[in-house]
Design a binder for this molecule. Structure first.
Ligand SMILES: Nc1ncnc2c1ncn2[C@@H]1O[C@H](COP(=O)(O)OP(=O)(O)OP(=O)(O)O)[C@@H](O)[C@H]1O
Ligand SMILES: [Mg+2]
Length: 252
């Protein structure tokens, strides 16, 4: 059964069609990669799902509920969290405060107004920081962390909502090979531990083929292939789009 589904999703930016008739079903518990060249429409597709953009037509269904056009904070509240291609944290706050603010926002969303700033947030914050391996950096200024650690912090913030589906837009962009390995190990462990469904975009083919159960390929806003990694790798249309690039998932 699909936990998240798009039906004929379209986004037209004043005559330029960035998302063209995209129908995708995400199976509960799977890790699904969306790949495609720069400008293929990956981020736009995510924005349509999470309410950061309104589709021109088509539908987004989450757990059987039509969430098309729903505002982002409501989408998050339902259990669909995301990270962004560009770092999205409060750089001047501490690591601890960043996560705490996310937890307070969650409680506020759930109308637990009396719990604002209560000690339980502190424990939840500690737990989340430990989960992503940032417990020793709790009191550091977020903006001063290494890039890889800022991305870990973003993950903790996304997890603060206790999502069932996680959307990660290029979780390893700008990372060194070592940071990439660590980040993917972390995502791998957390999604397994929490039984999360993962939808992610990524340019690093070793990451894509390393952790995906299924892969869909976007090209000019359209899905040109979708299926098991080996099938996608051997698809002639996909090989044409990725002409000259390795789809073997070796090395970085
Ligand atoms: N707000 C907008 N208005 C007009 N065009 C846009 C807008 N947002 C994106 N586009 C265009 O839509 C296309 C898809 O962009 P998008 O950012 O979704 O691609 P992407 O696959 O995420 O690329 P990348 O791999 O570089 O992150 C691009 O041609 C982009 O210029
Ligand atoms: Mg993008």
């Amino acid at each position: 059964m699909a936990i998240l589904e798009t039906q004929n999703l379209m986004k037209d930016f004043g005559g330029f069609v960035a998302t063209n008739n995209v129908s995708l079903q995400l199976i509960e518990g799977e890790r699904h990669a969306i790949i495609g060249p720069n400008g293929a429409g990956k981020t736009t597709f995510f924005n349509l799902i999470t309410g950061h953009l309104t589709p021109s037509s088509g539908k987004v269904i989450f757990e059987g509920k039509d969430i098309t056009g729903m505002v982002p904070h409501k989408v998050v509240r339902l259990g669909l969290a995301r990270s962004f291609q560009r770092i999205n944290i409060y750089p001047r706050m501490t690591v601890f405060e960043n996560v705490q603010v996310a937890l307070i926002a969650r409680d506020h969303n759930h109308f637990k107004l009396f719990s604002l700033g209560e000690p339980h947030n502190r424990q939840d914050t500690k737990d989340l920081l430990e989960l992503v391996g940032l417990d020793t950096e709790a009191l550091e200024i977020a903006g001063e962390l290494s890039y890889g650690k800022q991305k870990q912090l973003e993950l903790a913030i996304a997890l603060a909502e206790n999502p069932r589906v996680l959307l990660l837009d290029e979780p390893t962009a700008g990372m060194s090979p070592q940071e990439t390995d660590e980040a993917i190990e972390l995502v791998d462990r957390i999604t397994k531990e929490r039984g999360l469904t993962l939808l992610f975009t990524e340019h690093d083919m070793s990451v894509v083929f390393g952790i995906s159960d299924r892969i869909s390929v976007l090209h000019h806003g359209e899905i040109i292939a979708s299926g098991l990694p080996d099938d996608v790798r051997n698809d002639p249309e996909v090989r044409r789009v990725y002409l000259g690039e390795s789809l073997d998932g070796e090395g970085h």
